[in-house]
Structures are given as structure tokens and as C-alpha cells.
Design a binder for this molecule. Structure first.
Ligand code: GUN
Length: 294
């Protein structure tokens, strides 16, 4: 069997079109354009690339972006002070503090300083806590996990009762994905670097979400035939045939898994494009909330 390839780029484009229309509707209703502030501290090259991709995506759907850059030497008070200014700025509907922050800064305190109504990344402890609690709803769900669930629900409209295995327990992906799967009534197993006998756990998965950041760790013979595989990994693998000397691969050995799975996301072109699309969607929602239209 050869798996269906889940085209995250195409799905993300649909979401972006919806956001663009929502932005134009707001503007037609006489409201200001939604605004997203990005906060980049230091000079992490990957973070610089991600932030500029987010700003470009904002421009493409009509959202204003306000790029704020602080040096790696910025103090805790500098970063918190900037977040507070952005909280008070009515042009800004969403605040995104790009992670990771330079060593020495207290990430939890900085994320806690964001007004939860502007927390479009969904990383404020109150939003995370609500995500984890029955009968509570966060104002925003983190973008990559929201993108994972969006792709999954296109494949399987109900996740109720499915065996889902999440590889990874990071704050940004693994843990919120697991919480979202629980909220969708899946039976969820979270595996991580200390888990024993990963292959046998993964073989139970009707739905597998891999978010560990280890190139091609999951082999084809770990996968249950017909499973849906969502690969969040983006890892560099040496490839002398490429001009830049490497290519991007996921956490799943795609060429093997595609022969066994029912559906699978490619890397690149799977989950990656969804992250930005869901961030744009969250920013539009924040703007609608600020204008009492959501
Ligand atoms: N670093 C890696 N992923 C993300 C993300 O989704 N949001 C932020 N703010 N930082 C990240």
C-alpha cells in the first residue's frame, strides 16, 4: 500500500485565503487592520528566518506586522517592558515572542507578561492551563499543534477513541498536541527520550504525531498499516548533491513509512506551512475579539 500524501501547503493556502477574506471583512466594516507584533531577542539565525517568514505572511493576508528586535544582551526588564508597551498599544492585536530566548532570560515570566487576549501563540501559562483542563477553553491554541490537529481532522473527521501516539513532550509541540488529542477524545500515549521500546508503542498508533527533532528516527516497520502519520520534525541531513549541502528530513523515514501508512505528511510541505497559517488565523481572531466581533 502507498500512503496518501497530505498536502500541508495546499491546506495552509486554504486557511490563509480564509484569513485574507476575514481581514478584508473587518476593514470593510470600518475596523483597523489586525496587527501582529513579533519580538525577536538576539540573533539566532533560525529565529530570524522564522520571524521574517511570519512578517511576510502577515503582509500577504493584509495583517500589519510590527517587528521588534532586541539585542541578545537585553535584560529581563527590557523584554518585559517591551511586552508591556505592546500590551498597551491598540494597533497590536497579537504579540509573538519568538522562542527560544537567549540564555539567562526567564521565558515563563516573559510569556506571562503578555496580555492573554493578545497571546496569539497560546504560550501564556493561563492559556496552557486552560488547554489542560476539562470544561475550560484557552483563548488561543499554539499554532503548530493547531495545524497538526487541523490536518488530522481533514483525514479523520472524528478522533474519538483512536489510539494516538505523540513522540515528544515539548512545550511548543508535543505536550499541547497531546492535550488537543485528549480534548478530541483520542486515547493518547506520550512517548519521549526516556520511554522504553518505542517501536512497539508506535505500532499501536492509529494516529502518530512525531515531534522529537531526530532525523528519520521512526522507521517504516514501526508503523501500523493504514496509520495516519503527522511528521512535525524538520531536521538537516547531509546531502552533497544539494547546493547548500543538506536537505530537510522529518522525524519519520518517509520512503519507508509511505509504503505502510494510510496517509502521511511530507517534510517539507506538511506541517511546516500550517504553523504560519494558524498564527495568522489566531491573529485575525484576536482582532475580531478586540472589536467585539468574535
Ligand atoms: N519557536 C519555535 N516554534 C515557535 C512558535 O510557534 N512560536 C514561537 N513564538 N516561537 C517558536
Amino acid at each position: 500500500m502507498t500512503a496518501r500524501i497530505i498536502d500541508g501547503k495546499a491546506v495552509a493556502e486554504e486557511v490563509r485565503q480564509g484569513v485574507m477574506k476575514g481581514v478584508e471583512d473587518l476593514v470593510k466594516a470600518g475596523k483597523p487592520r489586525p496587527g501582529l507584533a513579533t519580538v525577536l531577542v538576539g540573533e539566532n539565525p533560525a529565529s530570524q528566518v522564522y520571524v521574517s517568514m511570519k512578517q511576510k505572511a502577515c503582509a500577504e493576508v493584509g495583517i500589519e506586522s510590527y517587528g521588534q528586535v532586541l539585542p541578545a544582551t537585553a535584560s529581563q526588564a527590557d523584554v518585559e517592558g517591551l511586552v508591556k508597551e505592546l500590551n498597551a498599544d491598540p494597533r497590536i492585536n497579537g504579540i509573538l515572542v519568538q522562542l527560544p530566548l537567549p540564555a539567562g532570560l526567564d521565558e515563563e515570566r516573559i510569556l506571562s507578561a503578555i496580555n492573554i487576549e493578545k497571546d496569539v501563540d497560546g504560550f501564556h501559562p493561563l492559556n496552557v492551563g486552560r488547554l489542560a483542563q476539562k470544561g475550560r477553553d484557552p483563548l488561543f491554541v499554539p499554532a503548530t499543534p493547531a495545524g497538526v490537529i487541523y490536518l488530522l481532522q481533514k483525514e479523520l473527521p472524528t478522533l474519538e477513541g483512536v489510539n494516538a501516539v505523540v513522540l515528544g513532550r515539548s512545550n511548543i509541540v508535543g505536550m499541547p498536541v497531546a492535550l488537543l488529542l485528549v480534548r478530541a477524545n483520542a486515547t493518547v500515549t506520550i512517548c519521549h527520550s526516556r520511554s522504553k521500546d518505542l517501536p512497539s508503542k508506535v505500532r499501536e498508533a492509529d494516529v502518530l504525531v512525531a515531534a522529537v527533532g531526530r532525523a528519520e528516527m521512526v522507521r517504516g516497520d514501526w508503523i501500523k498499516p493504514g496509520a495516519i502519520v503527522i511528521d512535525v520534525g524538520t531536521n538537516r541531513k547531509d546531502d552533497p548533491s544539494k547546493k547548500r549541502g543538506f536537505r530537510l528530513v522529518g522525524d519519520v523515514a518517509f520512503d519507508e513509512a509511505v509504503e505502510v501508512a494510510g496517509a502521511i505528511t511530507p517534510v517539507p510541505g506538511g506541517v511546516g506551512p500550517m504553523t504560519i497559517a494558524m498564527l495568522l488565523q489566531n491573529t485575525l481572531r484576536a482582532a475580531k475579539m478586540a472589536n467585539k466581533m468574535a
